[in-house]
Ligand binder design. Structure first.
Ligand SMILES: Cc1cc2nc3c(=O)[nH]c(=O)nc-3n(C[C@H](O)[C@H](O)[C@H](O)COP(=O)(O)OP(=O)(O)OC[C@H]3O[C@@H](n4cnc5c(N)ncnc54)[C@H](O)[C@@H]3O)c2cc1C
Length: 555
């Protein structure tokens, strides 16, 4: 009999997720947990079963842009894949966005929602992209309180009826740049009572959305970020025709291939200012904070899904006389990824908790400062972890990890977008510096790390906690010293500084959770903390590296 390898399979993605279940046990009051668990169970079943099979059936399917109809009319219709159509239905019905706005469980509603999103994402080929922007748009409209827009759009953005539900785009990036959006070229002109937009948007994901939030410069406004305004756009008229929008082409991307990311020309697109006619970059920031949180959820999920597949496969694949699951080195390799996942998970859900408290108005001033500092740190740190983990996951399948129709290479390709969109690692590091300058220090992060580790009664956990404390102290000393040398010196080390804070926070949160889990007789999270601490937490370099960098990069 010839040998055929059994492929990896998945079970219910909620019941098998020890990290998520243990976290929910600690973070949610019992009555809330009992109420949300059936929904999470159902989502875990859909993700590991129905959607996992559907994704395999539609592997390789991509959205299509039809620019002209048979009679020569420009139509620019984007056809999404059957998997995405189904994902849209289920996301609406299960309230993957709505749960946050229905706020059934008060300050815990964001934990409820993001646990759903975390389970939903694995098999839907990044349908979380439009959901993230939809959530971000709902938040932005709510924060700015433009009554007309809120009353018109919010019920649709949070609808559980798939026939009525809207998604939103976020059109910021232009050919001039996605990081430095202050130099955007799109102009807003007044036409009677209506504003109309003229320009090119260079990356617009989920272009099938019914609305978008975007930036444009009202005519006569000064250059720079201050002169840009935040606009609301509805993409189609009552007959379904695009409103002054041309879809030039879909991007041919490395990954996220099911996400229709388009280049658009805006030629008289009707738009409404969301809040005033200046400071658009500042005004769109609520959206970015939400999409960055979704990005980190996506990073955790990328690791979680890869590990679920790799663990199952390790039980089936036999090499040198035993399943890989019995090979100490293979187990050690996967355990390292698991520890990284658990760190990323606890940091992300810490931000989610704070977001929920902010929306329930129970956030303290200290927590508000912490959330501002935490968001770029979380997004930068988890994005990097996801790419490293995805690469290791593919290797753990050997050659099969490199072969398209196993569905595995997608894990790495899709992970690679996580450190790019919604702010690259460098751009987030500089954003953190700005936030620190505004707050006067990064003390809220220092205090968070201290609070999380000081309760550790177990000696092993306490010494692991000290690794986090030492790393934060080192980062603080570096910042104080380098600050004296001027902005270029601080910028040069900003990424190492940011990732050190991110990894310290992850470790401290792991220690905290592990201490609680030990009291329940669960020693597993402590193993994650011990392992994580050995992966390198302090990345700050004391020596002046700028001269070496200059030498290395000189022509
Ligand atoms: C799949 C995909 C989907 C996307 N969807 C959307 C969307 O829906 N809406 C949208 O608005 N955008 C979208 N984007 C665009 C994305 O947000 C931008 O590509 C991203 O923000 C980076 O901008 P950029 O491409 O202009 O890179 P650049 O800004 O040119 O950056 C190039 C490099 O320079 C570094 N860099 C930039 N400035 C500095 C600095 N001051 N110091 C040090 N390093 C710096 C960056 O870290 C990066 O490594 C999408 C991108 C991708 C890949």
């Amino acid at each position: 009999m010839a040998f055929f390898q059994a492929p990896p399979t998945l079970g219910n993605q909620f019941t098998t997720d020890k990290t998520l279940r243990s976290y929910l046990e600690r973070a949610l009051p019992d009555d809330v947990r009992r109420d949300v668990e059936p929904e999470l169970h159902e989502m875990g079943e859909l993700s590991g079963g129905y959607f996992f099979e559907l994704a395999a059936r539609h592997r390789g399917a991509e959205p299509k842009l039809v620019q002209w109809d048979a009679w020569g009319n420009r139509v620019d219709a984007i056809e999404i894949t059957p998997l995405w159509q189904e994902a849209a239905r289920v996301a609406a019905e299960k309230g993957v966005v709505a749960t946050a706005y229905e706020r059934k469980h008060g300050e815990h509603s964001r934990i409820h929602q993001f646990a759903l999103a975390y389970l939903f994402d694995g098999s839907t080929e990044v349908y979380t992209c439009p959901l993230a922007m939809t959530d971000g748009a709902a938040k932005t409209l709510t924060v700015h309180g433009n009554r007309e827009l809120v009353e018109h759009a919010l019920p649709r953005l949070m609808s559980r009826d798939p026939a009525r539900a809207w998604t939103s785009g976020q059109w910021m990036t232009e050919r001039t740049g996605g990081s430095d959006v202050a130099i955007s070229e799109t102009v807003a002109r007044k036409d009677g009572d209506t504003w109309r937009l003229y320009g090119t948007k260079w990356f617009t994901s989920a272009t099938t959305s019914q609305m978008a939030l975007t930036l444009a410069r009202p005519e006569g406004n000064p250059p720079g970020g201050h002169g840009l305004a935040l606009f609301y756009v509805e993409t189609r008229d009552a007959e379904g025709r695009l409103r002054g929008i041309q879809v030039n082409r879909l991007k041919d991307k490395l990954g996220t291939r099911m996400v229709p990311t388009a280049e658009l020309t805006l030629d008289g697109t009707p738009a409404a200012p969301v809040v005033g006619l200046t400071d658009g970059i500042k005004h769109i920031s609520p959206m970015l904070n939400i999409t960055r949180t979704w990005n980190s959820i996506g990073a955790c999920l990328a690791m979680r899904r890869g590990l679920a597949l790799a663990r199952d496969y390790a039980g089936k694949r036999v090499a040198f006389g035993a399943p890989l699951a019995d090979k100490p080195l293979h187990v050690d390799t996967l355990a390292g990824i698991q520890a990284e996942l658990e760190g990323a998970f606890h940091l992300t859900f810490r931000a989610v908790e704070l977001l929920g408290r902010e929306e329930a108005r129970t956030l303290t001033e200290e927590e508000s400062l912490l959330l501002r500092l935490l968001t770029p740190v979380m997004k930068a740190t988890t994005g990097k972890q996801a790419v490293a983990a995805a690469s290791e996951i593919l290797e753990s399948f050997g050659g099969a990890g490199y072969v398209e129709d196993t569905g595995l290479p997608r894990l790495l390709r899709d992970a690679q977008v996580l450190p790019i969109w919604e702010g690259t690692t460098n751009v987030l590091s500089l954003d953190l510096l700005r936030a620190i300058a505004k707050a006067g220090s990064f003390a809220p992060i220092e205090r968070e790390v201290r609070r999380r580790v000081e309760g550790a009664t177990d000696a092993g956990l306490a010494s692991v906690g000290k690794v986090a404390l030492d790393a934060v102290a080192h980062a603080g000393a570096w910042l104080a010293r380098t600050f004296q040398q001027g902005q270029p010196a601080v910028e040069a080390g900003a990424r190492r500084f940011t990732l050190t804070l991110g990894r310290s926070l992850e470790l401290a949160l792991l220690v905290d959770h592990a201490g609680w889990a030990m009291t329940c007789g669960d020693g597993r999270p402590a193993a994650a903390a011990r392992r994580f601490a050995k992966h390198g937490v302090d990345l700050v370099l004391d020596d002046e590296t700028r001269e070496d960098a200059r030498l290395l990069m000189a022509d």
